[in-house]
Ligand binder design. Structure first.
Ligand code: HEM
Length: 429
């Protein structure tokens, strides 16, 4: 038999298997009542609209305009119920039924049980917050690391450079210090390789072509503690460093906003080291950071959740399935009713007419409910301290020819378009 015959037989068998599975899934779904959504194609489902340029549209929640705040998309033969307005997402995330995380394996209800998730989450929270190394010590680590970052930026002497790896390495060092008690030299090639690998993993995770089964094989380790540390390292590095990169990118793009932040730094902090207590005295900077997180929208899709039993939700009947629902954050952060200019970088979204900081309940970059981000407080502290320390020391400028309008890079997180940055020491300006 020729190799081509063998391949034909194998491909036919594969297609048959996929079709049988689709028929089985369709039969099963008759028992359930899924919300409507875009019509799926045979075999691929809606994958054609979840890839390439249309993925951007999907990310921005455009489908919700057509199908409302809850709709179904088909990823191959699997159905995912997408939730995309504040009320629906909040209701689902605060409910008992939509739990589970495929990404953070040690927290997973399906494989390790609910109790395991509870214990691991409590452990992570206490390590990251008060009981582990202590808030003050964590703050000191961030300050120390921001000094190293300032030195690294200085070493480029105002010339254009790529800031991605140096920022990721600085943020990675915070979580490394918390977890294993010491930092790495941010020129250490092994450490830099690790930071790069995390980037690759998150880029791949965002690709619809990565099949769920492979992810499971990759991420479901049996040793809780090892996987907890791995997960905290991954979850805690790329998210925060991407947010800082966006903040610096927006400062280059909007020099007038950068100047306002620097004026507030001069007024409140002067030349001393930024402390987290300064934040409440700095409404403008606080608003700029909030607007960065809203507009950068680094987790447009959030993390898929699973129904842990058959549930009735919003008039639909959903079966117990892994990764069955996606409480999207993007439409919440871009809600026209809650943000005056959702398509612009507009720090006034978080300021009143007198310049006081105002909260907005749609500000949910860390999600909400029992599965919300355990690293929220740490991330907020890191972003504030790194951002203010850098703008205290440098004015950021875009090298000539920078195109700010390139699309953002989309993976598991949304990253700034490829760009270089000039960090001009402020004493030299
Ligand atoms: C700007 C920075 C960050 C953002 C925007 C962010 C956002 C998120 C989001 C959206 C989720 C999913 C919530 C859900 O499923 O409903 C999440 C979960 C999680 N995050 Fe973060 N995160 C950030 C930083 C961090 C840091 C610094 C750490 C730890 C050091 C961390 C650890 C985790 C963990 C462990 C979970 C899983 C929680 C659970 O399953 O109970 N994150 N984060």
């Amino acid at each position: 038999m020729f190799i081509s015959d063998l391949l034909t037989i194998l491909l036919t068998a594969l297609l048959c298997l996929i079709m049988v599975r689709n028929v089985f899934n369709q039969k099963r779904s008759i028992l359930y009542n899924y919300p409507p959504g875009p019509k799926p194609l045979p075999i691929i489902g809606n994958l054609h609209i979840l890839s390439g340029e249309t993925l951007q549209t999907y990310f921005r929640g455009e489908l919700s305009k057509k199908y409302g705040s809850i709709f179904t998309v088909h990823v191959g033969g699997e159905k995912t119920v997408v939730l995309c307005d504040y009320e629906t997402v909040k209701e689902a995330l605060h409910a008992e039924d939509i739990l589970d995380r495929p990404f953070v394996s040690s927290f997973d209800d399906f494989l390790h049980g609910y109790e395991n998730w509870k214990i691991m989450r409590r452990f992570a929270l206490s390590t990251l917050r008060d009981y582990g190394m202590g808030r003050k010590l964590i703050e000191d680590k961030i300050k120390e690391e921001s000094d190293y970052l300032v030195e690294t930026f200085k070493s480029y002497k105002g010339k254009a450079f790529l800031n991605t790896i140096v920022i990721s390495a600085a943020v990675a060092n915070i979580i490394v210090s918390i977890l294993i008690g010491h930092r790495f030299d941010n020129r250490n090639p092994k450490f830099l390789r690790l930071v790069e690998l995390i980037k690759d993993i998150l880029r791949l995770l965002g690709s619809p072509s990565v099949l769920e089964k492979n992810n499971n094989e990759l991420y479901f380790h049996h040793n809780n503690f090892t996987s907890l540390i791995t997960n905290l390292f991954i979850a805690g590095t790329e998210t925060t460093s991407t947010t800082i990169q966006w903040a610096l990118f927006f400062m280059m793009k909007h020099p007038e906003i950068q100047t306002n932040v620097q004026k507030e730094i001069e007024k409140v902090i002067g030349s001393s080291r930024p402390q987290s207590e300064h934040r409440k005295l700095m409404p403008y900077t606080n608003a700029v950071i909030h607007e960065t997180q809203r507009f950068a929208n680094i987790f447009p899709l959030n993390v898929p959740h699973s129904t842990t039993r058959d549930v009735k939700f919003k008039g639909y009947v959903l079966p117990k399935v892994r990764n069955s629902s996606d409480p999207m954050l993007s439409p919440i952060l871009n809600d026209k009713d809650r943000f005056q200019r959702p398509d612009e970088f507009y720090p006034q979204h978080f300021l009143d007419s007198e310049g006081n900081f105002i909260r907005n309940e749609n500000f949910l970059p860390f999600s909400t409910g029992r599965r919300s981000c355990v690293g929220e407080n740490l991330a907020k502290m890191e972003i504030f301290l790194f951002f203010t320390r850098l703008l205290q020391n440098f004015t950021l400028r875009a090298p000539p020819g920078t195109n700010f309008d390139l699309p953002s890079g989309i993976g598991f997180t949304s990253i700034p378009p490829y760009h270089k940055m000039c960090a001009m020491p402020r004493t030299q300006i």
